[in-house]
Design a protein around this ligand. Structure first.
Ligand SMILES: [Zn+2]
Length: 80
């Protein structure tokens, strides 16, 4: 069985060409929202925050226990 992650419906975003299972996470230090999503083809997870863009790892993915460094990972997102 795939690991499950509960995401509030209000944070979910529609898929686009490259990304699926998109959702917002709130920044701890500001009101900014970042987007976490899974790459449709390569299956890895990414975050729109500066940390992930620079290092391909960030605290948002780590907090959600999603692997960083463009590691393919399947997950079951449950809305609530
Ligand atoms: Zn992040």
């Amino acid at each position: 069985m795939l690991p499950a992650l509960r995401i509030e419906n209000s944070l979910r975003l529609p898929d686009n060409d490259q990304w699926q299972l998109r959702f917002h996470v709130e920044s701890e230090n500001s009101n900014r929202l970042y987007v976490i999503a899974q790459n449709k083809k390569k299956r890895y997870w990414a975050c729109s925050c500066p940390g992930w863009k620079r290092h391909r790892t960030c605290k948002h993915l780590i907090a959600l226990r999603i692997p960083c460094n463009e590691t393919p990972y399947e997950i079951n997102i449950i809305n609530h």
